[in-house]
Design a protein around this ligand. Sequence first.
Ligand SMILES: *[C@@H]1O[C@H](CO)[C@@H](O)[C@H](O)[C@H]1NC(C)=O
Ligand SMILES: *[C@@H]1O[C@H](CO)[C@@H](O)[C@H](O)[C@H]1NC(C)=O
Ligand SMILES: *[C@@H]1O[C@H](CO)[C@@H](O)[C@H](O)[C@H]1NC(C)=O
Length: 293
Amino acid sequence: MKTLKSILLLLLFVPLIKPAPPTQQDLRTISDYGTDNFEETLYSHDYEDKYLDGKNIKERELNEKTLQLQKDESVTLLPKKENEEMPTCLLCVCLLGSVYCEEVDIDVVPPLPKESSYLYARFNRITKLTAKDFADIPNLRRLDFTGNLIKDIEDSTFSKLSLLEELSLADNQLMKLPVLPSTLTLFNAKDNKIKSRGIKANTFKKLSNLTYLYLDHNELESVPLNLPESLRVIHLQFNNITSITDDTFCKANDTRYIRDRVEEIRLEGNPIILGAYPNSFICLKRLPIGAYI
Ligand SMILES: *[C@@H]1O[C@H](CO)[C@@H](O)[C@H](O)[C@H]1NC(C)=O
Ligand SMILES: *[C@@H]1O[C@H](CO)[C@@H](O)[C@H](O)[C@H]1NC(C)=O
Ligand SMILES: *[C@@H]1O[C@H](CO)[C@@H](O)[C@H](O)[C@H]1NC(C)=O
């Protein structure tokens, strides 16, 4: 029995442990959340997958180089040309459309160069995001506010960002979600205090390219409604979800419907006993992870 269990465990874990060289970002994430290694491995694995999907590889190499530069004080003087008059770029590093403002103790979003595409503002003390913060920065594609103290987000904050693909609000103090742009492919709001009443029924409905959704470690009592077909990964573990319906992931009135893109649904760490809902997963290729008895 014990051997069987270990074999099962091995089978479960082996594909996740990919000997990818850890980037500085990953290392930091892991050391900051050391208690949650399994999760982080999964998460960076997801990220890795996505990055390696193709067109982002070059950009990633560049990001790594910049992070390397950032660590080396003597080089901070280098990236100067483009925004010489921007005070933000004295405090942060501005390079080729990316702004790196990590661990610099800011409590508001600093004024950004107009042409910015990527903002990394992780591990600061930002408490609030407003529409004004991004009003004149239409080219933003990725925003990362992981590890701040964000409690309030004005509803229209992201609505004019028509190119935004990745938004991370992980590890903040959110109780509800703002309007999200339909262009998102990745949305991460894990480790907040979000309750189900803080997510509107249509929040995810029109996000027809959304592939990765991370809402684990919140206070959700139910699975958000209208999850788009495009989703590959849905993380809802460690919430307060007590029940689901046959319409949550599938279609109760259409037994031939298959939700074929979804590869992973995590529901462990919720009060729900998944085995009590045998008809709720018939459209899935793989059963959600969670408690069945
Ligand atoms: C989804 O992605 C496709 C291809 O990149 C793009 O043409 C389309 O506009 C995107 N849809 C939304 C809602 O952003
Ligand atoms: C979970 O839900 C129950 C009621 O269903 C409630 O009593 C409890 O306080 C909730 N726990 C958290 C952490 O929100
Ligand atoms: C299934 O139910 C939905 C919503 O209740 C409805 O829009 C749809 O037409 C129904 N489909 C079939 C095949 O009955």
